[in-house]
Design a protein around this ligand. Structure first.
Ligand SMILES: NC(=O)c1ccc[n+]([C@@H]2O[C@H](COP(=O)([O-])OP(=O)(O)OC[C@H]3O[C@@H](n4cnc5c(N)ncnc54)[C@H](O)[C@@H]3O)[C@@H](O)[C@H]2O)c1
Length: 361
């Protein structure tokens, strides 16, 4: 990748330089649209990352914002642990900085609502890092839906099943409630479904921890109802040997060996498609189950989804694009995903209250 001249690039402050933060940092320093102006992370690893990229390092956010490097910032990325997102993002929004906050926007819906309300009141753009919305595969699917491929959406069937290695669970917190695959992983699938099919109104779920025996769930089965009448059926598991999940199929990250396997099957009254393989199914002539169905495959050029998210951050910060995943999107996706755990715990169907910036309707 060739970097553009520094003056042409938007200075971005990174808060949190762990696994995903360091990925953002490495992309930002060579990006055509943004640049990394400073790194905030209290750890020695954070300091070393900043040093290796030749950028100023700060242990604490206020110190960064008061320093010249921080005052240069025109946007910020928050890639810290979930429980800190709202506090850190709020401090950045108070300073008027557009923020990309990693997913989930918050641990709790009430906290996410406070952040969304603050950003709306201050008129500061807030983006949430549900990066799949920036993937050309999802963008193509969204175009097909906008063009009427599905007709009236009817159903979505989503598999999110993989085998996480035992080493993944060594940190204690990964075995605790809240760190299971529903809130950590399935939240991305829920966000993609909301992006493609619209708001979710009802959630019913069952969860199991029989696979690993930890306090949190390892497997869940979920039924969703969308406002347009479509229904969704999802299975998530982190203890199942399976290629049927977005991460192995989409090839977004080099640390997953890519498999040619679809994991989402979306259908409507006029057509259907799969993700991430983008097979498009429809009747060329008369429709009906005795007629031949045609299948087209669409191959796209690979795009680095996280770099595209950085390009979009700049475009939003400069008022040239509307957020593809706004704070309100992050809030509603969190609400629907938390409802999976609530329904699994209570055995009850959960009806979602419509949420808006500025409070419930
Ligand atoms: N979109 C994605 O693909 C994706 C992938 C992984 C993680 N995430 C999300 O990103 C966030 C971080 O996850 P991770 O896996 O990188 O975690 P991590 O533990 O590897 O990194 C978190 C970093 O934040 C730092 N930190 C903690 N408190 C801080 C503070 N007050 N100020 C500055 N830095 C602070 C820590 O020192 C650590 O370096 C989580 O919300 C996670 O859900 C998103």
């Amino acid at each position: 990748m060739n970097a553009a001249p520094a003056a042409a690039r938007l200075p971005v402050l990174l808060v949190g330089a762990g696994a995903i933060g360091s990925m953002h940092a490495r992309r930002a320093v060579v990006h055509a649209d943004v640049d990394l102006c400073a790194v905030v992370d209290p750890t020695e690893a954070g300091r070393r990352l900043a040093e290796s990229l030749d950028r100023p390092w700060f242990a604490e956010l206020e110190a960064a914002l008061d320093a010249a490097a921080g005052r240069d910032a025109r946007a910020a990325i928050v890639a810290t642990p979930n429980r800190t997102h709202v506090d850190i993002a709020s401090r950045l929004v108070e300073r008027g900085l557009p923020v990309l906050v990693e997913k989930p926007i918050a641990d709790r819906v009430e906290d996410a609502q406070r952040l969304v309300d603050l950003a709306a009141a201050r008129g500061v753009p807030l983006l949430v890092g549900h990066h799949r919305r920036h993937n050309p595969i999802v963008r193509q699917a969204r175009r097909w839906i906008d063009e009427g491929l599905l007709g009236r959406p009817v159903s979505a069937c989503v598999m999110a099943t993989w085998l996480k290695p035992d080493s993944y669970f060594e940190p204690e917190w990964r075995r605790a409630p809240g760190a299971g695959p529903v809130l950590v992983n399935l939240i991305h699938d829920v966000d993609v479904l909301r992006h493609l099919l619209g708001e979710i109104t009802q959630v019913q779920a069952m969860a199991s921890n029989e696979g690993r025996g930890f306090a949190n769930e390892d497997t869940a089965a979920i039924t969703l109802r969308f406002a347009n009448g479509a229904l969704g059926s999802l299975i998530v598991s982190d203890c199942a040997v399976s290629p049927w999940n977005w991460d192995l199929g989409a090839g977004e990250a080099a640390h997953y060996p890519q498999q040619a396997a679809d994991s989402s099957f979306i259908s409507g009254t006029a057509g259907a498609f799969t993700l991430p393989g983008l097979q498009r199914w429809r009747y060329a002539g008369r429709a009906g189950w005795h007629e031949p169905l045609s299948c087209e495959r669409t191959a796209l050029h690979a795009v680095d989804t996280y770099s595209e998210q950085l390009r979009h951050l700049r475009a939003v910060a400069e008022g040239r694009e509307a957020p593809r995943c706004s704070g309100l999107d992050g809030l509603r996706t969190l609400q629907a995903t938390r409802a999976v755990l609530d329904s699994a715990a209570s055995g009850q169907l959960v009806h979602l209250t419509p949420l808006h910036a500025g409070g419930t309707a």
